[in-house]
Write a protein that binds this ligand. Sequence first.
Ligand SMILES: [Zn+2]
Length: 155
Amino acid sequence: MMESRFLDRALALAVENVAAGGGPFGALIVRNGEVVATGVNRVTRENDPTSHAEVNAIRAASQKLKTFKLEGCELYSSCEPCPMCMGAIYWAGVTTVYYGADSDEAAVAGFDDRYIYDELRKKPQQRTLRCIQIPSPSNSEPFDAWRLCDNKVIY
Ligand SMILES: [Zn+2]
């Protein structure tokens, strides 16, 4: 079946990436049965904590397709996406996510993102990370500017 073939490709990318000095994660963006783009984890090589396989695959696919909406695209990941990648996947409008290992298996391997999911369920004031809103009459100015802008690209 096609889905398992694409997952196998994501898993192979992840294994190859370990040999290349990266993290054990790989992802693909697929549209109409064709691989549009791939991505691997480059966190340590690029000193970029956001350089996850899924985000890199989304960036590459968006550049290639010249769009910021990946509607009709599927994402295949060697592992269940972390909260950051899930956010990116929602923003990108990807239609379906297929993944191999789940977050429990990732945690056993030393990649535990479950605490982020736990944190996000809490109210900002209750999180370990201090999140403090600063009241200011200027807080709405960016949105006012957006509302009044005549030539904006809605997304
Ligand atoms: Zn991620």
